[in-house]
Design a protein around this ligand. Structure first.
Ligand SMILES: *Cc1c(COP(=O)(O)O)cnc(C)c1O
Length: 430
């Protein structure tokens, strides 16, 4: 396994940034999510400059669902990022983090009337996903006496090599308006009194390890832009979504770099807009690529059991990291307090949840592991804590943010009282 540069080994312990992971586990307890802010800043700078090297008018909208902690949103806001937001909660948190309403795009295939009213009230642009939604948004904007800028999300009907649950641009996907109906949708928008169609939006899927589908996507969008110009739409942005994957199997997965991504996408985009004689902003919506590798999940071994396999039973399960169970995802595991010991034996890392499937990692060659050891699950910053639950009545763990020498909580651990805080005694039980 090849560790990324912010993870090192010192004195036999795994370090993240300037911090000893074993010390962090002692100080804050386990399980514990730990995020290196510096790594997020490096990732943002790298992705952003790869794109702006080709074209200055690029806007990076961080996909807030990947990791919605306010502290993370503040870091990205301070770098100049906007956000792709998918719910009233994400709109509110992004604004609270200091992002401007104009730097947000409200996405989603099933926004409620109150979601749309919030977008109108806050002045947030909307990526509209159906004609029903367009009508409701027009009504809400009319009621508020204002006009809303929108894009439509188009379904480009292209196949993408990734897990089927995270391919979003397939013809069968629930997202977007089919390419064949998109012009009609824009005609409706042009005719609507309180709607101003200014953009086009697409997102083909997540954890994509090949840049070619992104180039095809941009090609489709340029074709649509051409038709839109013909019907009188004045395009101020083209949003190509997110989806750039990362090498979870470190040293094995071949993942494109941001430079590869920009090299595939930007020439198609630039040639396209030049031919059309337009100069819209290019919007991108990376989530995973910005935050995944910034974060590790520290978990303590409760027991080791030799059964048909050797299980290392740990205190974090799919309640805290759902990806392995949900998407068959692979995450590297490091024995944090024996990080320079030689690998000796295969372990399956099993969580505390009452489900056979609660395995974080299968058949990993690790040093001898004993109860009390600390394991680090790598690349847990995207869709990690964000997808956590209280299943089995387990309070969620804390999240710590590191910035240089600083280490502080960005979310405290939940307690048993937090579990019951929203529960109500029905009157007849009182
Ligand atoms: C989830 C999502 C993203 C981010 O995807 P990543 O794979 O994390 O980059 C971007 N845009 C939309 C619309 C999304 O749903």
């Amino acid at each position: 396994m090849i560790l990324p540069p912010h993870l090192t080994v010192r004195g036999g312990h795994l370090q993240i940034g300037d911090h000893d992971t074993v010390d962090l586990a002692e100080r804050f307890g386990t399980p514990l999510y730990v995020t290196d802010e510096t790594r997020i800043r490096e990732n943002f700078r790298r992705l952003s400059s790869a794109l702006t090297g080709y074209y200055p008018e690029v806007r990076v909208l961080y996909a807030a669902k990947a990791n919605g902690n306010l502290a993370i949103l503040r870091v990205l806001a301070s770098m100049g990022a906007g956000a792709d937001v998918f719910s009233a909660g994400e709109v509110t948190l992004a604004l609270a983090a200091g992002m401007s309403p104009e730097s947000l795009l409200f996405n989603g295939s099933s926004k409620s009337p109150s979601d749309l009213a919030l977008a109108v009230e806050k002045g947030v642009r909307v990526s509209v996903d159906s004609l029903d939604e367009l009508r409701e948004l027009d009504r809400a904007a009319g009621e508020a006496g204002t006009t809303v800028d929108i894009a439509f999300r188009i379904n480009p009907e292209i196949t993408v090599p990734t897990h089927p649950k995270i391919a979003t641009g397939l013809a069968t996907s629930k997202f977007g308006i089919p390419a064949g109906e998109i012009l009609d949708a824009y005609r409706h928008a042009l005719a609507a009194e309180h709607i101003n169609p200014v953009g086009i939006h697409c997102h083909i899927g997540s954890q994509i390890l090949d840049v070619e589908p992104f180039a095809r996507e941009v090609d489709v969008l340029i074709g649509v832009a051409s038709d839109l110009i013909d019907i009188g739409v004045d395009l101020s942005f083209i949003d190509i979504g997110g989806g750039l994957g990362i090498p979870y199997r470190r040293g094995i997965d071949q993942a494109p770099t941001p430079e590869d991504y920009a090299g595939a996408v930007m020439p198609v985009f630039l040639a396209g807009i030049r031919d059309l004689g337009i100069a819209p902003e290019l919007w991108v919506e990376p989530g995973r690529w910005l935050v995944a590798d910034s974060t590790i999940l520290l978990t303590r071994v409760s027991s080791v059991k030799a059964a048909h396999k050797t299980f290392a039973n740990v205190d974090a399960g799919f309640n805290l990291l759902a990806r392995p169970v949900m998407y068959d995802s692979y995450h590297e595991v490091v024995a944090a307090n024996r990080a320079d010991a030689p690998p000796e034996r295969e372990y399956s890392i099993a969580g505390p949840i009452c489900e056979t499937g609660d395995i974080l990692a299968e058949d990993r060659l690790l040093p001898y592991i004993a109860a009390g050891d600390i394991l680090a699950v790598l690349d847990a910053g995207a869709y990690g804590f964000a997808m956590s639950s209280q299943y089995n009545s387990r309070p969620r763990c804390a999240e710590v943010l590191l910035s240089g020498e600083n280490a502080g909580l960005m979310r405290r651990a939940e307690t048993i009282d937090d579990l019951t805080a929203t529960m109500v005694v029905p009157p007849w039980q009182a």
